[in-house]
Design a protein around this ligand. Structure first.
Ligand code: HEC
Ligand code: HEC
Ligand code: HEC
Ligand code: HEC
Length: 436
C-alpha cells in the first residue's frame, strides 16, 4: 500500500502533470500547416541522417518511403475501399469522414494551413499536433517542455502515445471501426504499442534523446498499451452514441468468437473470471486480462479489485443497461487508478517473474478453459518475453530458452478443435520453471 502511495506521488509530481492537458492532435486548437511545411531539406527533408544533430532530419524520407501512414489516404481509392464504401452506401471512401478520420489528418477546414493537403494521409501533424504555435520556435534551441507548452503532442509519453495510436488503431468513441465497417470488409485490427512503435521508426533513442525526453521502455509500452485499450473499449461502450447500434450494443466490443463459430461445435465450458453461463455474448476482456498480470506484480490489491470488478461487469451485462453502465464506471475508475501505477512501475526481471506467476495462477484457476483466453495468453507471453529482452531485463539466451518453452503454449492452442486445457496449463508451468 505504501509503495503504491509513493508511486502515485512521484507520478503526479512528475511527467503526467506536464502532459495531462494535451488534447489529441485531431482535437487541438492549433492550425495544421501541412507536411510540406516540415519537409524542406534543412529541416526534416534531408536525404540522409545528419551526424551532428540531435535528430535525424531525414524523417520525411522515412515517412514517405517506408511508413504506411503516408499512403493511408491513397488506399481509400483502391478496389477494397471502393467495395466497402459501396456496401456502406457512403459515397467515395476518400471523401467520407467515416474513413478520412483515421486515414488522413482530417481536421476541420478552418484548421488547415495553406500548404495542408488531405491527400498527405496521416502526416506529421496527425501525430505531432498542429504546428501553428511551435513551428518557428521549435528550431530556436528552446526546451522540449516549451514545445509541449506551445502544442507539440507528447508522443514520447507512453500513455499519451497509446491514446494517440489507439484512436485510429482500435478506434475511440469519436472515430470507430464499427461492426458494420468490419462487416463491409475492413481488415481486422490488431495493435500492440511496443511492436508498432518500432515497425518503421523515423527516430532513435540515443543518449541525447534520453536526456531530452527520457527513455522509451518496451515492456512499459506493452503494459500501457493493454491498459489504454481496455479503458478505451469501456469508454466506448459507455458512450450513448458509439456504444449502441439500434437495439444492440456495438458488437465490435464483444468477443468475435462468441458469435462467429460453428453451431455444431458445442464447446461451451464456464470460465471463472466471467461468472457467465452458456449462450451469452461476452465483452472482449483480453486487454483487461493482460494488464492485470502486470498489475499483479506491482500492486496485487488493485489487481484483485480489478478482477472482481471485471467479473461484476460481465455479470451486469446479463442484467440491464443501467447495471452494466454502473459496473463499467466502477471498473473504469480502478483502471484509471492503475494507469499511473503501471506507468512508473519498474520493468525488470522481478516484474517479469511476477507476470509469469500471475499467468500461471490464472491457468491453475481455470481462466483458460476457453480457447480464446488461452490464445490471448500465449500471445501475451510472446510479447512479454520480447519486451523484457529488448529492455535488457533478461539476456538473449534467457529469452531464447523461454521462447522454446513457449512453443508448448502454441502447440496447445494450434488447433481450436482439440484444445486441451490441461495441456495448456502444463505448458505454462514448464515455461515458469524455465524463467531466469
Ligand atoms: C478507427 C479508424 C479507422 C477507420 C474509421 C477506418 N479505418 Fe481503414 N484502417 C485503419 C487502420 C489503423 C488500418 C491498418 C490496420 C493494420 O495494418 O494494422 C486500416 C486499414 C485499411 C485498409 C487496408 C490497408 C492495406 O494496406 O491493405 C483498407 C483498404 C481500409 N483501411 C479502408 C478503410 C475504409 C474504406 C474506411 C471507411 C469505410 C476505413 N478504412 C475506416 C483505421 C481505420
Ligand atoms: C504515426 C505517428 C507519427 C507520424 C505520422 C510522424 N511521427 Fe514523428 N514521431 C512519432 C513518434 C511516436 C516519435 C517518438 C517519440 C518522440 O520522440 O516524440 C516521433 C519522433 C519524431 C521526432 C523526434 C526525434 C527525437 O530525437 O527527438 C521528429 C523530429 C519527428 N518525429 C518528425 C516527424 C516528421 C517530420 C514527420 C512527418 C514527415 C513525422 N514525424 C511523422 C510519431 C509520428
Ligand atoms: C490518424 C490515424 C492514425 C494514427 C494517429 C496512427 N495511425 Fe498507424 N496507421 C493508420 C492507418 C490508416 C494505417 C494503414 C495505412 C495503410 O495500410 O496504407 C496505419 C498503419 C500503421 C502501421 C503499419 C501496419 C502494418 O500492418 O504494416 C504501423 C506500424 C502503425 N500504423 C503504427 C502507429 C503508431 C505506433 C502510432 C502512434 C504513434 C500510429 N500508428 C498512429 C492510422 C493511424
Ligand atoms: C453478437 C454477435 C456478434 C459478435 C459479437 C460479432 N459479430 Fe460479426 N456478425 C454477426 C452477425 C449477426 C453478422 C451478419 C451476418 C449476415 O449478414 O448474414 C456478422 C457479420 C460479420 C462480418 C461479415 C461476414 C459476412 O459473411 O459478410 C464480419 C467480417 C464480422 N461480422 C466480423 C466480426 C468481428 C471481427 C467481430 C469481433 C470484433 C464480430 N464480428 C463480432 C454477429 C456478431
Amino acid at each position: 500500500m505504501r509503495y503504491r502511495y509513493i508511486i502515485l506521488m512521484l507520478v503526479t509530481g512528475g511527467c503526467l502533470l506536464t502532459t495531462a492537458g494535451h488534447a489529441l492532435p485531431s482535437d487541438g486548437d492549433n492550425k495544421h500547416l501541412g507536411v510540406a511545411t516540415c519537409a524542406s531539406s534543412t529541416c526534416h527533408g534531408s536525404v540522409s541522417a545528419y551526424e551532428d544533430s540531435n535528430i535525424r532530419q531525414d524523417e520525411f524520407a522515412t515517412w514517405q518511403s517506408v511508413d504506411k501512414h503516408s499512403s493511408a489516404y491513397q488506399i481509400l481509392m483502391n478496389d477494397q475501399s471502393k467495395r466497402m464504401a459501396s456496401k456502406l452506401g457512403i459515397g467515395p471512401a476518400h471523401q467520407a469522414d467515416m474513413c478520412l478520420d483515421c486515414h488522413a489528418d482530417n481536421v476541420p477546414i478552418a484548421a488547415r494551413g495553406e500548404k495542408f493537403q488531405i491527400s498527405d494521409g496521416v502526416g506529421c501533424e496527425a501525430c505531432h499536433g498542429g504546428s501553428e504555435k511551435w513551428l518557428s520556435s521549435h528550431t530556436a534551441g528552446v526546451s522540449h517542455q516549451d514545445n509541449l507548452d506551445a502544442g507539440l503532442y507528447p508522443t514520447e509519453d507512453s500513455v499519451k502515445r497509446a491514446e494517440l495510436c489507439l484512436s485510429c488503431h482500435l478506434g475511440n468513441k469519436n472515430q470507430m471501426i464499427t461492426h458494420r465497417i468490419m462487416g463491409a470488409g475492413h481488415p481486422r485490427m490488431s495493435f500492440e504499442l511496443d511492436t508498432f512503435t518500432w515497425l518503421t521508426p523515423h527516430f532513435e533513442v540515443d543518449d541525447d534523446y534520453v536526456q531530452r525526453k527520457g527513455n522509451i521502455d518496451g515492456a512499459r509500452d506493452w503494459s500501457i498499451g493493454q491498459s489504454v485499450s481496455a479503458i478505451t473499449q469501456l469508454e466506448t461502450l459507455l458512450d450513448e452514441k458509439a456504444g449502441h447500434d439500434g437495439i444492440f450494443p456495438e458488437l465490435v466490443l464483444f468477443d468475435c468468437h462468441a458469435c462467429h463459430r460453428l453451431m455444431s461445435n458445442n464447446q461451451w465450458v464456464p470460465r471463472k473470471g466471467t461468472g457467465l453461463g452458456p449462450g451469452i455474448v461476452r465483452f472482449n476482456d483480453a486487454n483487461l486480462l493482460m494488464m492485470r498480470h502486470v498489475l499483479a506484480a506491482v500492486d496485487p490489491g488493485l489487481a484483485s479489485a480489478i478482477s472482481q470488478k471485471t467479473r461484476d461487469f460481465h455479470v451486469a451485462t446479463t442484467r440491464s443497461q443501467p447495471a452494466t453502465d454502473q459496473a463499467a464506471r466502477a471498473l473504469l475508475t480502478d483502471l484509471k487508478k492503475a494507469l499511473p501505477v503501471l506507468n512508473s512501475a519498474p520493468y525488470n526481471n522481478d516484474t517479469l517473474q511476477a507476470i509469469l506467476d500471475s499467468l500461471v495462477k490464472d491457468g491453475e484457476d481455470g481462466q483458460y478453459r476457453d480457447y480464446v483466453a488461452a490464445e490471448q495468453a500465449s500471445m501475451a507471453v510472446d510479447s512479454v518475453i520480447l519486451a523484457f529482452e529488448t529492455n535488457g531485463a533478461i539476456t538473449i539466451e534467457q529469452a531464447d530458452r523461454l521462447r522454446q518453452k513457449a512453443e508448448g503454449l502454441f502447440d496447445a492452442t494450434a488447433n481450436e478443435e482439440n484444445y486441451n486445457q490441461r495441456k495448456f496449463v502444463n505448458a505454462l508451468q514448464q515455461l515458469k520453471s524455465a524463467s531466469p
